[in-house]
Design a protein around this ligand. Structure first.
Ligand code: SF4
Length: 223
């Protein structure tokens, strides 16, 4: 039997209650627990503030619960940074407390202990860092999976689509999310991406979805 270690701690960047802005659950009120620390360094990362674990709050499972229990919501999203770095912590938390659990991961680390406790996993692969063995393990589990591809334009869409077909992932929801950047017209970028998706056609579940939180709140943190 697995031991429950409620005293274990993990670096937490922020905890907040907001509307899910991305993916197939966009629009749903959720509690977000954002861990600090990431194993990747994407140049366009919009949560660079979560990279440095030295700036994080070191929190126990109970500390996190005290915070999240203030919100009137049963959907809890572990995000980051890269939450799979804290597999044991997530497992301990999920064993202790009842929520509907969601994971947002870059798909390069397999969260072996906690994976079966998630209701839904959003995998956001990065073209330069794809780990197919990890992705195969995640989709081989019991949870529902969506793929979220952050893209700037046609070339990245084509590369992702090629990869999706190679790995036979066309049975999963495939979300193409235009990258939000301060100096780029977000609507224009989205239009071009939507046009390209329409051009290449889709006889499977492909969607173009903007980041709602960026449209509503711009680059603000904690939303
Ligand atoms: S994997 Fe996500 S959190 Fe990590 S650097 Fe890339 S975009 Fe940022």
């Amino acid at each position: 039997m697995d031991r429950i270690i409620k005293g274990m701690r993990a670096p937490v960047c922020e905890i907040f209650y907001s509307i899910q802005g991305e993916g197939i659950f966009a629009g749903s009120p959720c509690i977000f627990v954002r861990f600090s620390g990431c194993n990747l360094r994407c140049e366009w990362c919009d949560t660079k503030y979560a990279w440095d674990v030295r700036k994080a709050h070191l929190m126990s499972v109970d500390d996190v619960y005290k915070k999240v229990s203030n919100f009137n919501c049963r959907r809890l999203v572990f995000t980051g940074g890269e939450p799979a770095l804290y597999d044991e912590f997530m497992f301990q938390f999920m064993k202790c407390y009842r929520f509907l659990y969601f994971l947002e991961t870059n798909g390069t680390i397999f969260p072996e202990k906690s994976i079966s406790l998630f209701h839904h996993v959003a995998i956001s692969p990065k073209l330069e860092y794809i780990k197919e063995d990890v992705i195969k393990k995640i989709i081989g589990g019991n949870c529902n999976v969506e793929f979220k591809f952050v893209v700037r334009g046609e070339e990245e869409i084509d590369r992702f689509m090629e990869w999706v077909k190679d790995l036979s992932l066309t049975g999963f929801p495939l979300i193409f999310q235009p990258l939000f950047e301060d100096n780029v017209d977000y609507i224009e970028r989205t239009k071009k991406i939507a046009d390209h998706i329409l051009r290449i056609g889709a006889d499977f579940d492909v969607r173009v979805l903007m980041q709602q939180q960026k449209i509503i709140w711009g680059g603000r943190r904690g939303v």
